[in-house]
Design a protein around this ligand. Structure first.
Ligand SMILES: Cc1cc2nc3c(=O)[nH]c(=O)nc-3n(C[C@H](O)[C@H](O)[C@H](O)COP(=O)(O)OP(=O)(O)OC[C@H]3O[C@@H](n4cnc5c(N)ncnc54)[C@H](O)[C@@H]3O)c2cc1C
Length: 442
């Protein structure tokens, strides 16, 4: 059934009263009514729509899912660059109110006895929230000024001198001044405007499967991880301990350049569940119980753990943003912050250039490039630690976490991640200067 749903913005930006919570850009009409189509309504897309609509652009977001995708796994923000952008959007308070409030995560042995623990600031950043809760907050902050179209997808793009003719899988063709792909790791916009996925997506050799289940262990704002060579099982409480998220990370030996889109029947959840069940057959601790819960999970998610590497994120009137452009790997803990910072910069540069996309896209690339590379570096080496591929490494990782509270460099890992997340100078783009925000209290 065609689930196409179309919601019109209530009024245009030129007559729109802006929220008193967020800073008022001085160049509020810089977009001068130019139309921008954004593909993807998760994090990057709505964050971009927020800023562009404030700057006077007409924004439309098209999302393949039939409705906002709620729930999902935990994502985090760390450091002042991330938090300042959220603060300026007026949504930091809402995000803090919905935070997961997780404590330390413990590693357990076969019998479920805790053998080591990982402090929360190593994996939960400064504020951690479920991805779906974040998407809802962003949607709430933008839906009165942005047109959302759910249950549809861009089918083709034809660019000419003055705009882009866009055809959709379901809706009628439309014309836009600019098109932005914020449609994640397997971006349709990237495939249409830049080329096949395998030219840009670099699989790490790991995959992950995630689903929600009952919190049958009674976890209280905490998580447990069970390491097996090449196969990790984690389970953490969510939504005030009323449920639990299960994440399986495991080695799949995907070759670089392999067609990640067809990998393990990526779009067939039954095939993916079978692969997970085969991979984890015979694995101890709570694994058999979690595997049997997996078959009933309605929110099962499966993908390869990959990075996206591109020389340029823009071509003509098309640009990419967020995971579509530079996915640093889910294991980096940087993707969500990068998506909101990138949205702030892309919209700010478009406003500063009064909608001249050539100037703005060049600036966007220059401002973001080193920042993105730094965040991607974090994602490169983490897999070996997260999913040790042999018994010795699994033992070594457990020992490290066991000793972590006592070693002098215990705060160094979190400090280093925060430093990477802060390694960008954000311009004010006509709004309040961001330079004075470092060292804000948490
Ligand atoms: C297991 C896991 C754990 C993670 N943990 C963290 C963490 O701790 N910290 C962190 O910062 N990040 C984490 N991430 C990464 C984080 O989720 C992403 O970096 C972030 O969501 C990027 O946002 P995005 O909007 O660019 O892309 P996505 O969140 O991937 O959203 C893309 C959107 O585009 C839509 N879409 C896809 N194709 C189309 C199409 N053809 N047409 C229209 N719409 C389409 C999708 O439905 C989706 O809504 C994790 C990711 C995973 C998988």
């Amino acid at each position: 059934m065609n689930t196409h749903r179309h919601s019109k913005p209530e009024q245009t930006m030129s007559t729109q009263a802006v929220s008193t919570q967020a800073a008022q850009p001085t160049n509020a009409l810089a977009g001068a009514g130019k139309s921008v189509l954004i593909s993807g309504a998760s994090v990057a897309g709505p964050a971009l729509a927020y800023w562009l609509s404030r700057y006077g652009f007409r924004t439309t977001v098209v999302e393949r899912a039939p409705a906002l995708r709620e729930g999902g796994y935990a994502v985090d923000f760390r450091g002042d660059a991330h938090l300042s952008v959220l603060e300026r959007m007026g949504i930091l308070g809402d995000i803090e109110a919905a935070r997961t409030n997780m404590g330390a995560m413990s590693y357990v042995n076969d019998a479920g006895r805790k053998i080591a623990s990982m402090p929360a600031d190593l994996f939960a950043g400064d504020v951690e929230i479920l991805r779906g809760d974040l998407a809802r907050i962003l949607h709430d902050a933008t839906r009165d000024r942005t047109e959302y179209v759910f249950g549809d997808s861009i089918a083709d793009l034809a660019e000419d001198e003055n705009g882009v003719e866009v055809s959709f899988e379901h809706g009628a063709p439309r014309r836009f001044d600019l098109v932005i792909g914020a449609d994640g790791l397997h971006s349709r916009v990237r495939a249409l405007a830049f080329g096949p996925e395998q030219s840009f997506v670099r699989p790490s050799g790991l995959s992950c499967a995630i689903f929600t289940t009952a919190n049958h262990l009674g976890l209280d704002h905490t998580g447990l991880a069970y390491l097996n060579p090449g196969k990790v099982v984690t389970m953490y409480s969510a939504r005030g301990n009323t449920e639990a998220k299960v994440v399986f990370y495991f080695v799949t030996k995907e070759e670089p350049g392999a067609d990640a889109a067809s990998h393990h029947g990526r779009r067939d959840p039954e095939q993916q569940k079978k692969l997970v069940a085969q991979t984890y057959a015979g694995v101890g601790w709570e694994t058999p119980r979690l595997l049997s819960a997996m078959w009933d999970a309605t929110d099962f998610y499966f993908d390869s753990i990959s990075q996206v590497r591109m020389d340029s994120w823009t071509r003509g009137r098309v640009a990419l943003l967020g995971d579509a452009a530079w996915c640093p790997s889910p294991l980096s803990g940087m993707g969500t912050g990068l998506a909101v910072v990138g949205a702030y910069v892309l919209a700010g540069e478009l406003a500063a250039a009064a909608g001249d996309h050539r100037t703005a896209f060049t600036r966007y690339r220059n401002v973001m490039r080193d920042y993105v590379l730094g965040c991607q570096k974090v994602g490169e080496g983490v897999g070996r630690w997260m999913v040790p591929d042999n018994r010795f490494m699994a033992w070594f990782v457990n020992q490290n976490y066991r000793l972590l509270p006592y070693v002098p460099w215990k705060g160094q890992i979190a400090r280093s991640a925060r430093k990477t997340a802060n390694a960008i100078d954000l311009a004010s783009y006509g709004s309040t200067d961001l330079s004075g925000v470092t060292g804000r209290p948490r």
